[in-house]
Design a protein around this ligand. Structure first.
Ligand code: ACO
Length: 378
């Protein structure tokens, strides 16, 4: 009998001390370095938030200008990396491409000295700067289009849209995406951030660590849900079908994508903000019938499952926003990732400052001391 008890999914077990973000699942509070995300999404830009996450304070105007300049330079992909992305199978999922591209970014970047603050910093900034360009590059490649290099003078969200289309980005689209990036930038010790810290704890650089994190984010129970939410809304089709569709799901004991969260037992504050964003954007760019289905689904699921703490999570509204921006469904999770790398890198830096190799225990349930049987006797 083992004296240690298994906690499935390590639920509630602290894996690190961190001052990057704070979450109160019961009250629906999320703060980055002590600042509520509501204030950040209303007043900040993604770059300000990335700086805040990395360094713990909001940047001054001159710090932000220098940071933006740095990101602009680090955004430029070496030819060898572009060639690598152009050689990827077009049938691959953009998250698979991103995972490989981040490892590739490490191959073409200076070796990281994890003991040196400048070296760590530069690598973290390179990941934050280059990830959106990597995502856009694969989007172009798989559509059979030429690679579009980033453009000087544009910030992260604008540049991503530029690299996707090769055209000056729409102002509403860029502003909306910037805000969505802020809302997805960080979220305490979730599965992918934990994966990042685990890989980092072997004294790995942020390229490899973020590549590992992107693998974890790809799964349908984590970042992959936003893609499925939209497919789900498409399957429901019309608000008149919502109740019957939900009953069918309940009978088959299937989960409704975009609802429920390991920590939040109320409506995810990011979902609230994304809903405001979606409403504003639909007001400016025109409504989508899927939004009406989503609102009805929220009402039905909340009525039936709200008492069990199951409410919309961040993925519920993000897909609707991205679809309206004209983005392909399977690029939603990569957009999540290109925002979240600022959170990953902040955790990676924190891990490097006080590193201990992750090496949890297991509870062994298998057989012991068996006698070897040669192959001719099996
Ligand atoms: N729809 C219906 N029932 C649900 C849902 C849901 N979305 N989520 C949880 N439940 C039910 C489960 O069926 C289970 O019921 P049971 O006790 O009768 O078996 C109970 O609630 C507990 O479910 P768990 O999956 O064990 O709860 P957990 O806290 O681990 O759930 C999770 C978190 C994995 C996110 C879950 O809510 C889920 O799978 N949601 C759907 C996928 C999704 O939207 N993921 C995105 C999460 S946000 C993010 O990662 C960015």
């Amino acid at each position: 009998m083992s004296s240690i008890e298994l906690v499935p999914g390590l639920a509630g077990i602290p894996a690190a001390e961190s001052s990057v973000s704070f979450i109160d699942g019961q009250a629906g509070i999320l703060e980055y370095r002590g600042y509520p995300i509501e204030a950040l999404s209303e007043h900040s830009t993604y770059e300000e938030v990335a700086w805040l996450l990395l360094y713990g304070e909001l940047p001054s105007a001159s710090e932000l200008a220098a940071f933006n300049k740095d990101l602009e330079e680090l955004r430029v992909l070496p030819d060898a990396l572009v060639a690598m992305i152009q050689a990827f199978p077009k049938t691959g999922h953009p998250m698979q491409a991103l995972q490989a591209s981040l490892a590739g970014l490490g191959m073409v970047s200076p070796k990281v000295n994890i003991k040196d603050a400048d070296s760590r910093d530069q690598a973290a900034r390179r990941v934050i700067a280059a990830t959106p360009v990597l995502v856009a590059a694969f989007e172009r490649v798989r559509a059979g289009k030429e690679y579009v290099a980033p453009k000087a003078g544009l910030r992260t969200a604008e540049n991503f849209l530029w690299c996707l289309d090769g055209e000056a980005p729409d102002e509403v689209a860029a502003k909306t995406l910037d805000c969505a990036l802020i809302l997805h930038a960080e979220h305490t010790m979730n599965a992918s951030t934990f994966a990042c810290r685990v890989v980092g704890s072997t004294e790995n650089d942020p390229y490899t660590s973020c590549s590992g994190a992107v693998g974890a984010l790809f799964g349908p129970l984590h970042g992959g849900a936003n893609e499925r939410v939209l497919n789900q809304l498409g399957t429901i089709g019309d608000i008149s079908n919502v109740e019957a569709w939900f009953e069918g799901k309940t009978e088959r004991k299937e989960k409704v994508m975009g609802f429920g969260h390991r920590v939040y037992k109320t409506k995810d504050p990011r979902a609230k903000n994304l809903q405001i964003l979606a409403t504003e954007m639909f007001g400016k760019l025109g409504n989508t019938p899927k939004y009406d289905v989503a609102l009805k689904l929220e009402q039905v699921v909340t009525e039936k499952l709200g008492s069990r703490g199951i409410y919309p999570n961040v993925d519920f509204f993000s897909g609707l926003v991205y679809e309206k921006l004209g983005l392909d469904t399977d690029v939603f999770t990569p957009i999540f990732a290109m925002a979240r790398v600022s959170g990953y890198c902040s955790h990676w830096c924190e891990q490097m400052l006080d590193n201990k190799l992750f090496r949890p225990a297991q509870i062994y349930k298998g057989e012991r001391e068996r006698e070897y049987v040669s192959i001719d006797k099996r």
